[in-house]
Design a binder for this molecule. Structure first.
Ligand SMILES: [Zn+2]
Length: 202
């Protein structure tokens, strides 16, 4: 379980000025607890805010069955004045990951569980105007291909990056800050991850 970003470069600055790293840390701790309740062993990476080199994260995850990186989302700079129009989760995998099929299966599970718990995929990352664009790998479940994603391609195990929500959107930031919402996101991510780990070991 990788806590996205680090103290010196804390990622997106939210609508209210809080750094993404803080959101990532809060959620990752919650997902870790939820996974441990499901009997899954979790190694946290980057929780101290000291991982500046991305491939050190995947290196230090060596031996794990799944790499999950926790992030919160933004929009392109020119769209920031309209940030309140963008909301939802998204999931990213790299086609360069050695376990591309398992990465996709795990991401789809995560997306499915998030949707069942009332969360919607953001979708805009696949849009040529609003996104990079990152094509859909599994459209209903909000999974995109992001082939050059460092923690996707350098991982030696299946790897999924989670953007839990869009924290430059004022309303969504409020939701992401709500402990009850965070608990629901964490439960969904943990459920999806543990299911895909069980499938893999079968
Ligand atoms: Zn991020």
């Amino acid at each position: 379980m990788d806590v996205g970003h680090y103290a010196a470069e804390p990622g997106v600055i939210s609508a209210t000025g809080r750094a993404e790293f803080e959101y990532n840390l809060d959620l990752a701790l919650e997902v870790k607890e939820a996974l441990e309740r499901l009997g899954v062993r979790v190694r946290l990476i980057g929780e101290k805010g000291d991982y500046a080199v991305l491939h050190h994260r995947t290196r230090d995850a060596g031996g794990a069955d799944l790499f999950v990186s926790i992030h919160h989302d933004s929009v392109k700079e020119r769209l920031l004045p309209r940030a309140d129009d963008f909301a939802g989760f998204s999931l990213f995998i790299s086609r360069f990951n050695p376990f591309r099929g398992q990465s996709l299966a795990c991401a789809s599970r995560l997306g499915k569980r998030l949707r069942e718990n009332g969360f919607q995929p953001s979708r805009y990352h696949a849009d040529p105007v609003f996104g990079a664009p990152r094509p859909f790998a599994d459209e209903p479940n909000g999974v995109h291909y992001y082939d050059n994603l460092a923690v996707g391609r350098s991982a030696t195990m299946p790897s999924v990056l989670v953007e839990a929500g869009v924290i430059v959107n004022r309303e969504e930031e409020g939701r992401m800050r709500d402990p009850a919402v965070r608990r629901r996101i964490a439960a969904a991510v943990a459920q999806g991850a543990s299911e895909c780990l069980r499938e893999k070991s079968r």
